[in-house]
Design a protein around this ligand. Structure first.
Ligand code: 5AD
Length: 350
């Protein structure tokens, strides 16, 4: 296994068979070796800095019905909310004061936020905070919509591909959603000029090591600036409520692999990882991650943006979220930085 990790570090590429063998054959010893190499690479480019992104969950309405997600359309028990432009700007004001220089607008696929409304919100944030990056995470839209948001001032876009394999994708998402269309959106975003983030859940129902190998091959092909991965966690009001959660162990292993595959990538240690283990986000950083995304959403709606059960930080103020994270990072020898934190993974350099 060690020779595959060395090969990955040197060539930034493995075959599907090699990825599968590495994932299936992993041991605590190979994991320890992987994390040592992943940290060395991470320190070379990003030192001991941890970038923070202020996450604003501005709507939990969603027209999709993904079988794993707590805010799926069919979940009658979800208490739905939308934030107004003024409320969103207030979150940004609070975040800016706390030192955030990236705002992530995340929401379900909510028809209320037409292109016009989104452009209005984006341009307002861009005008008020010209030194901040604006990241969107609002799902699949047309090329033209993506282009308009970019012109309005959005710089980055997060859209997990969820799983590369079309059959597995169908098991996780009802029609008309498809793996092909999801990936087309990512290529569109890239062409328009966004810094693009993709990713997938670890341990999603029916996921195999081959599926993960395909996901890693796709990361190599897309060469995104950001990759978000976290364990699948069941939500009690979804069809997948009985499925086991993904493990911290496999999530950490994949974080390490992704750091070696895309050395300069921005790699968050996700809230889902922090949810399955109290020290999950610290372990994620020690496996090669370099970003955390504390919540800036107003506290009264926080507990309604539940994609999965037991989500952490649903009761804390933004300032509390940030300072507890800062403490956690300091405890393992890392420091939170307020820089915008653009990816070093520009296509020119690679
Ligand atoms: N467990 C873990 N992650 C989830 N997501 C959605 N539902 C769950 C869940 N039950 C992830 C998806 C989505 C991102 C915003 O959250 O990968 O892209």
């Amino acid at each position: 296994m060690k020779h595959l990790i060395d090969k990955l570090e040197q060539t930034h590429s493995l075959t599907k068979e090699e990825w599968t063998a590495l994932i299936e054959g992993r041991t605590p010893e190979t994991a320890a070796y992987l994390f040592t190499r992943a940290r060395a690479v991470r320190h070379k480019y990003y030192h001991h800095d941890v970038y923070i992104r202020g996450l604003i969950e501005f709507t939990n309405y969603c027209k999709n019905d993904c079988y794993y997600c707590g805010i799926r359309r069919s979940n009658q028990n979800a208490r739905r909310y939308r934030l107004s432009k003024e409320q969103i700007l207030q979150c940004c004001d609070i975040g800016y004061e706390l030192g955030f220089r990236t705002f992530v607008l995340q929401g379900g696929e909510d028809g209320y936020y037409t292109d016009e409304r989104m452009v209005d919100i984006i341009s307002e944030i861009h005008g008020r905070f010209p030194d901040c990056a604006i990241t969107l995470s609002i799902g699949e839209r047309s090329y033209e919509s993506y282009r308009r948001f970019y012109e309005a001032g959005a710089d980055r876009y997060l859209l997990r591909h969820e799983t590369y394999d079309p059959q597995h994708y169908k098991i996780l998402h009802p029609e008309p959603l498809s793996a092909e269309h999801r990936r087309q959106c990512l290529w569109d975003l890239k062409e328009i000029g966004y810094q693009v983030g993709t990713g997938f859940m670890v341990g999603s129902p029916y996921q195999t090591a081959e599926n993960l190998a395909d996901d890693l091959l796709f990361l190599e092909e897309l060469n995104p600036q950001m990759v978000g991965i976290g364990p699948f966690i069941p939500h009690h009001d979804t069809p997948f409520k009985e499925h086991p959660a993904g493990t911290m162990e496999l999530t950490l292993f994949l974080l390490g692999l992704i750091r070696l595959l895309l050395p300069k990538v921005l790699l968050p240690s996700t809230t889902a990882l922090g949810t399955i283990a109290p020290d999950g986000r610290q372990q994620g950083i020690l496996a090669g991650a370099n970003v955390v995304m504390p919540n800036l959403s107003p506290t009264d709606v926080r507990k309604d943006y539940l994609l999965y059960d037991n989500k952490i930080c649903t009761g804390e103020e933004a300032a509390e979220c940030k300072s507890s994270l800062e403490q956690q990072m300091n405890a393992i020898g890392y420091q939170v930085t307020v820089a915008r934190g653009d990816s070093l993974n520009t296509n020119m350099e690679l």
